[in-house]
Design a protein around this ligand. Structure first.
Ligand code: NAD
Length: 452
């Protein structure tokens, strides 16, 4: 397995705002300026020329990649013409799935961990989409854009600030879309909450909370799929390695990069116990897993302050026994949404001081996209939201419109990985969030209510 990137050595960076000592300009801030902003390419920030039939090269056809390939094969105007995986049995699986739909067999790329470069160089593709382990997302996307292809990736898009900037700079330079596919933005309840925000029912939104709280102990120790690479990050990194499921939907509600932006963050981690305990309970005393040392705090909690003064709490917890939750709180001057279980409280509606079950509000407030597409999405991965995100991506490419998420969102949300590590390493001191839009966040239009 390839050695994962650890976050950049924090000592190399100067993003800290220490106590009340004020902002120290850092590498990221040095890149600000109107000149740089003007260089931004159309594909990075807006629409690109429409593509009648989107030819996709898919890299990493494991658990999540195969689910996306199945979705793409059902979307009109989309063909999967190349597939790449280090495991030939996975490209064989994809070839079978593709030919069974009547599409021609894709070209398979299986010559090792960098064969995606040959695919990007050789194939005529419109989109290179990857669901590889985290350390490969950015190398795949950079190769795609360098060779003139739009690109999309599973989450998080990047694990380091340097890689966040590399994505932004490549998207601007080559004028290509670089999209992080955050499926939770398309979940039914998250979309209804967004619709409620857009309709003003919560008043002015002041605070939000999100997270990824999912007992992955068994998966991390499996001898296949994520077990082959995800556990390794728990040995390298103490912070929030997977912030985007919780942050994506609430960032949309707070107009992050579109009227507001993440300003600074403070983060703390609990001790790391869960994986050690799990290994002790499930492996014999002489097993190598018993000698592994983990640094990822079992519960990581970050607080983010936005430029407009709003507050966000984002949490990560994947090493402890617990039921699944993404938290999902969106709170404004007139009410709030609170997830897991999903409830709504709006002043003046319903009984004073009592929640309304969110399900009861679907008839009136369901997001239009869900109403339009729910039947098609039924049965697809993660309750249908994975199909909806794939559908929207292909539709935007075909129509030449901006994608729902763009490279600035990919960078701002993924940056929380390294920023949280930096803050944890410094006893929770605040760290500056880079402005990847270089000031454009002030005037970028808010994400609209999108349709099928
Ligand atoms: N959005 C979601 O809900 C969700 C759910 C699961 C996984 N994911 C994301 O999807 C990605 C993959 O996760 P997974 O569960 O499918 O893992 P997986 O291990 O099942 O799949 C990864 C695949 O990539 C292949 N691969 C590894 N290195 C490669 C390389 N250099 N070139 C080509 N192929 C390579 C592996 O052989 C494997 O088939 C991760 O980024 C993960 O975070 C997202």
């Amino acid at each position: 397995m390839t050695k994962p990137h650890a976050p950049s050595d924090p000592s190399r960076r100067d993003f800290l705002r220490i106590g009340g000592a004020g902002v120290i300009a850092g590498v990221a801030q040095a890149r600000t300026g109107a000149a740089a902003a003007e260089q931004a390419g159309a594909g990075a920030t807006g629409g690109a020329p429409p593509i009648e039939t989107v030819r996709v090269g898919y890299v990493g056809v494991g658990l999540q990649g195969s689910s996306h390939v199945r979705n793409l094969l059902r979307i009109p105007g989309c063909r999967v013409t190349a597939v790449c995986d280090v495991r030939e049995e996975r490209t064989d699986w994809a070839t079978k799935a593709i030919t069974e739909t009547g599409q021609p067999a894709p070209t398979a790329y299986t010559r090792g961990v960098r064969d995606f470069e040959r695919m990007c160089e050789t194939e005529e593709l419109d989109l290179v989409y990857n669901a590889t382990p985290w350390e490969w997302h950015v190398p795949v996307m950079l190769a795609a854009m360098k060779h003139g292809k739009h690109t999309a990736t599973e989450v998080p898009a990047a694990m380091t600030l340097d890689d966040c900037w590399a994505m932004v700079e490549a998207a601007e330079k080559y004028k290509k879309h670089c999209v992080m596919m955050e499926n939770c933005n398309y979940d039914r309840m998250e979309m209804m909450a967004f619709n409620l925000v857009r309709q003003g029912l919560f008043g002015e939104v002041l605070h939000a909370e999100g997270g990824y709280l999912h007992d992955l102990r068994g998966i991390k120790f499996e001898n296949r799929n994520e077990g082959l690479w995800r556990r390794a990050w728990s040995m390298k990194l103490d912070g929030n390695p997977y912030p985007t499921h919780g942050l994506g939907p609430i960032a949309n509600c707070l107009d992050i990069n579109r009227g507001d932006r993440f300003d600074y963050l403070t983060s703390m981690s609990s001790p790391s116990r869960g994986l050690q305990d799990w290994a002790a309970e499930h492996f014999p005393a002489d097993a190598p897993q018993r000698r592994e040392t983990f640094v990822l705090g079992d519960v990581n909690t970050s607080l983010i302050k936005t430029a407009r003064g709003r507050t966000i709490m984002v949490q990560h917890c994947t090493n402890l026994p617990r039921p699944y939750s993404r938290i999902h709180v969106v709170q404004g001057t007139k009410g709030l949404f609170q997830g897991y279980p999903h409830r709504v409280y709006i002043e003046g509606r319903g009984k004073n001081d009592q929640w309304v079950q969110a399900n009861e509000m679907l008839a009136e407030f369901e997001h239009p996209l869900w109403k339009e597409i729910a039947a098609q999405a039924a049965g697809a991965g993660h309750g249908g939201m994975d199909f909806i995100e794939d559908y929207r991506l292909i539709k935007c490419l075909r129509e030449g419109t901006p994608t729902d998420m763009d490279v600035y969102d990919a960078a701002a949300l993924s940056a929380i990985v390294e920023l949280s590590c930096q803050s944890v390493a410094r006893r929770g001191r605040p760290v500056e969030c880079p402005d990847f839009t270089r000031g454009k966040w002030r005037n970028r239009p808010p994400l609209p209510i999108v349709h099928m």
